[in-house]
Design a binder for this molecule. Sequence first.
Ligand code: BGC
Length: 249
Amino acid sequence: MANKAVGIDIGGTGIKGAVVDVSNGKLLSDRVKIPTPVGGEPDAIVETVQQIIKKLGGVDKKEPVGVCFPAVVVNGTTLSAANVSKSWIGLEAEKLFEKSLGCDIRFVNDADAAGYAETLYGAAEKAKGLIIMTTLGTGIGTAIIYKGVLVPNAELGHIELEGVDYETKASYAAKEREDLSWGDWAARLQKYYSALEAYFHPDLFIVGGGVSKEYKDFLPLLKLDTPIVPATLRNNAGILGAAALAAGK
Ligand code: BGC
């Protein structure tokens, strides 16, 4: 199995990439970041990913390349577009990238990549059993990992509570949009994590997304039976997980 792989993380504001040693989760190159093209249309994003790969010195044909993206991805086809351009719905994204980049690609959901990376190299490295990763950002991304095996495309950010898709209430974007205090936001997170706890009874929750840096302001306010910890891989989680999944790690 290859230890060297490229990971690319496509987000709403930026696209990041790096070469990764998947045996230990260390970056073998600088992290390259380019702003996401306005509108987030597939062709423009493919072009940006091409530029990132060029800046990383190109990929040799045998090197695994993993790309993660904020949508449901089944067999390389993107099936949803909660916070991205609707042109991704039903798109054979993996094929599109393979054709344009001239190499094999593994195309996966962003939260799946981040959660998988946390279990291999981060917050859940030593955890056992059922782990639920949640990323609090523009939306809420989730990943379910059981005994090291990823159950892909869990879209638990969209569970309905109080009659609404709850990522619209409990994401970090909702906190910002409504100018919620940490306490008011934590009250919503309490409802959210209590529901996940009641449905899944996990052994561990991991909280990622940019705001997880400030975990001291909100995680201690939550009363849960399940341990809940901040992610440790920060901005690199998506890159590392995409690379690891591409390399078959
Ligand atoms: C999308 C998920 C994605 C999450 C985080 C949600 O709105 O439905 O697929 O993982 O946002 O980006």
